[in-house]
Design a protein. Structure first.
Length: 284
């Protein structure tokens, strides 16, 4: 009888322990463990990529590092920052299952994705365009009939290009560098993703002059950071940290570092976008 009671107690202990871990919020987990796990891209210039010195850098990484710094100030202690690589296909599952605490990449906030995970404030705005070789004759999605168009699997761009260019052959890739390589090798006629990413791929190429970004935006792509669903304490902290960066100018300093005239990918911020970003700052 005693052994049965002990077994039951052991099972209950494991069960309750698992329930407690599942119920623990991300902010509490980071506070307890002293570590924040950031999901980042390695080939999404300039949001997250490996630079010429083999360092992992980028606009989104800088923003999330600043969030970590603000958390250190709030807690009064050091927080270790661990980076894990994410891809378009695994970024949402890795947040949903708690492997990473925040995904800091180049992810579009969509209503469909919002059913599974939560999102931060918008941190960037762009739209889908095409990257082609100079002299390709492709100037917009209207010129894609019978052409091979590359897109990254599982992205909003892949879905959208199938809708706007139904007579094109869509070829999917696991990441942007693979798609760009296929374009270089002539395996596809165009590669599509967000305009800023295309500009980054072009800028990083030693033969940048051989390529051009063409066409108007055929989608709207507001970027946000992915957070775990129903974890309001952590989401509030992230959003308030972003508001502070927008309010005190830190956000715009980081933006200019990556997208200014001397940045990795010059991409001037339209006045309307700046206005919208600052309108996300709520009163204290």
């Amino acid at each position: 009888m005693l052994s049965r009671v002990l077994l039951l107690m052991a099972v209950m202990s494991v069960t309750l322990g698992g329930m407690a871990n599942a119920a623990e919020g991300t902010l509490d987990k980071i506070t307890r463990g002293g570590k924040m796990v950031m999901g980042a891209r390695s080939g999404s210039v300039p949001f997250g990529f490996i630079d010429k010195d083999n360092k992992w850098v980028g606009f989104s990484i800088d923003l999330c590092t600043e969030i970590k710094n603000k958390l250190e100030s709030k807690l009064g202690k050091k927080i270790e920052l661990e980076l894990k690589e994410v891809t378009p296909s695994n970024r949402i599952p890795l947040v949903a299952n708690g492997t990473i605490d925040i995904e800091c990449g180049s992810t579009t906030y969509t209503r469909a994705r919002d059913e599974t995970v939560d999102f931060s404030l918008n941190v960037f705005f762009t739209g889908s365009q095409l990257l082609v070789k100079q002299g390709s004759g492709i100037k917009s999605t209207a010129d894609l009939a019978g052409k091979r168009v590359g897109a990254t699997q599982g992205t909003t761009n892949e879905k959208a290009i199938r809708e706007v260019a139904p007579k094109a052959t869509v070829v999917v890739f696991q990441d942007h560098p693979s798609g760009f390589l296929a374009l270089e090798q002539g395996k596809i006629d165009a590669y599509t993703t967000d305009g800023i990413i295309l500009a980054g791929l072009r800028a990083k190429s030693p033969n940048a002059a051989n390529y051009e970004v063409v066409g108007d935006f055929y989608t709207n792509e507001p970027y946000s950071f992915i957070l775990r669903e129903n974890d309001s304490k952590w989401r509030d902290f992230v959003n308030h940290a972003l508001m502070e960066m927008l309010e005190d100018g830190t956000y715009f300093t980081i933006y200019d570092k990556w997208f200014g005239a001397e940045g990795v990918v010059p991409y001037p911020m339209p006045a309307a976008v700046r206005t919208y970003l600052t309108m996300q700052v709520m009163p204290k």
